[in-house]
Design a protein around this ligand. Structure first.
Ligand code: 5CA
Length: 449
């Protein structure tokens, strides 16, 4: 992508309304723009990151056996009257009336709708297990939308719903999502710790929140330090096999959010030098709620014994539009964002330091074509601006590698590669630049797969 053809409205000023670093950087890097309280437009750079996050989630959900679909954002109030949540949900729910005076709502979550779909098609245990998910915009009329897309009113969520014949099998489904979540966050460069959590308005008796530690996080959390260095289940994990050893390993060390904390237990089970009492960002939550919705909505299947049984379910959420700021909270420095390759909007920023210099521009054009041919995702800064502005905006938007071409280098047949994360600069002959970048970037892509 040529920057002169792109839309990257970076801000020079630090926006005053933004209280936390990720919000400031998302505004400054031209990733999002607030359109009304808690409502954001995703500008091209931000949207590209969102799509990369979405692709990782989709891959890991597929590995764990979940099947993607798409449900509408608007839902009929009648469905929610069946479950009893229409009145319970309160002011967070955006209620809408259509021209026929029918009550609708903008979905804050989809337990009711998926249960309705399930009950109309599935009648036998032979069709189980089933885990259906979608990635769709939700609306919750939060009292205090804040920190940009970290807590917005409209937000993009992956929500999966599992259906099983009994509790044991439902717990297997829960474990598959638990493991998929560990891998999903890891691939985005995050360490997310599963913690015992309250079930809130979703209900049920078993739940984990996945928390990324960050000083700016909204949740108070308590956990064992060793959880930060636990190895992540590999990509060839057998999701049809027994995952309980992995889940046991991750849940045997104490970790709980402030709503669930048992201080006595925390102090008894975690040696003093291993205690973390910190803040964190909730990037996902999983629930097992048994027959809570299937019973009231009549979702049952014929079991192998010929008896009808209500299905046991769980739901599994990931906040995509929250993950973007969560990754930035974890990956930035004083100059801007430092994207991990796996979610970077572009992999290489090609900086032409002097567009008016014919030789410099000709070298850049060749490199631009070559990088694309090599399958690298490149943003070519071909604007007339000076070198300082180009360095600053490349650092700000956080592309992992900068390929820098100036008139002197172009003449001498030399270019420079800067690693955004380490700050390391390497000068090398022009004809080695593309292969070198390939050699560095490809393992970073693969490592996280
Ligand atoms: N139905 C269940 C699971 S599918 C559910 O709704 N779970 S949730 O309420 O925990 O939401 C799932 C995830 O969405 C949260 O972990 C969080 O990452 C994200 N999320 C929730 N509210 C917001 C919000 N206001 N802004 C941004 N992300 C949010």
């Amino acid at each position: 992508m040529r920057l002169t053809d792109y839309f990257l409205p970076v801000l020079k000023e630090v926006p005053k309304e933004a209280e936390i670093v990720s919000h400031r950087l998302m505004l400054r890097a031209g990733m999002v723009r607030q359109q009304a309280a808690g409502l954001y437009a995703w500008l091209p750079l931000g949207y590209k990151v969102l799509r990369k996050i979405q692709a990782i989630i989709e891959e890991e959900q597929a590995r764990a056996g979940a099947v993607e679909m798409l449900m509408p954002t608007l839902q009929s109030a009648d469905l929610w009257r069946e479950s009893g949540r229409y009145d319970d949900y309160g002011k967070e729910m955006l209620r809408i009336t259509d021209r026929h005076d029918r009550d609708l709502l903008f979905g804050p979550t989809n337990e009711e709708m998926i249960t309705d779909i399930f009950r109309s098609f599935v009648h036998s245990y032979k069709q189980l297990p089933l885990n259906l998910y979608h990635i769709q915009w939700k609306f919750r009329d939060e009292i205090r939308p804040r920190f940009g897309t970290m807590r917005s009113r409209e937000f993009l969520m992956k929500d999966a719903y599992s259906f099983d014949l009994d509790k044991d099998r439902a717990e297997e489904a829960y474990r598959r999502m638990f493991v998929a979540y560990l891998r999903t966050y890891y691939r985005m460069g995050l360490t997310a710790i599963p913690m015992q959590a309250e079930t809130g308005p979703i209900g049920g008796d078993l739940s984990h929140e996945f928390i990324v530690l960050a000083d700016t996080g909204e949740s108070g959390v308590f956990c064992h330090r060793d959880l930060l260095d636990k190895p992540i289940p590999p990509r060839d994990t057998d999701y049809k096999g027994d995952l309980s050893p992995i889940v046991k390993d991750w849940t045997s060390l104490y970790a709980a959010t402030e709503d669930m904390i048992d201080m006595e237990r925390f102090e008894r089970e975690v040696p003093e030098d291993k205690r973390i009492a910190a803040r964190g960002i909730e990037v996902g939550q999983i629930f097992y709620f048994g027959t809570k919705y299937s019973k009231v909505m009549g979702a049952s299947v014929m079991g192998p014994d010929g008896k009808e049984a209500f299905v046991h379910s769980g739901s599994y959420g990931i906040g995509l539009t929250r993950l973007v700021p969560a990754i930035i909270e974890a990956c930035h420095d004083d100059d801007g964002i430092v994207w991990p390759v796996s979610v970077a909007p572009f992999e290489v920023a090609l900086l032409n330091l002097k567009v008016s210099d014919a030789q410099c521009s000709s070298v850049c054009e060749d490199l631009y074509a070559g990088l694309q041919k090599a399958g690298l995702d490149v943003l070519y800064d071909d604007r007339q601006d000076g070198a300082g502005a180009k360095f600053a905006s490349a650092d700000l938007i956080g592309i992992p590698y900068q390929l820098v071409v100036g008139p002197r280098g172009a003449k001498a047949g030399e270019v420079e590669i800067k690693n955004r994360k380490s700050g390391e600069r390497t000068t090398l002959p022009l004809d080695r630049a593309i292969q070198t970048l390939k050699d560095w970037i490809e393992p970073e892509r693969r490592d996280r797969i």
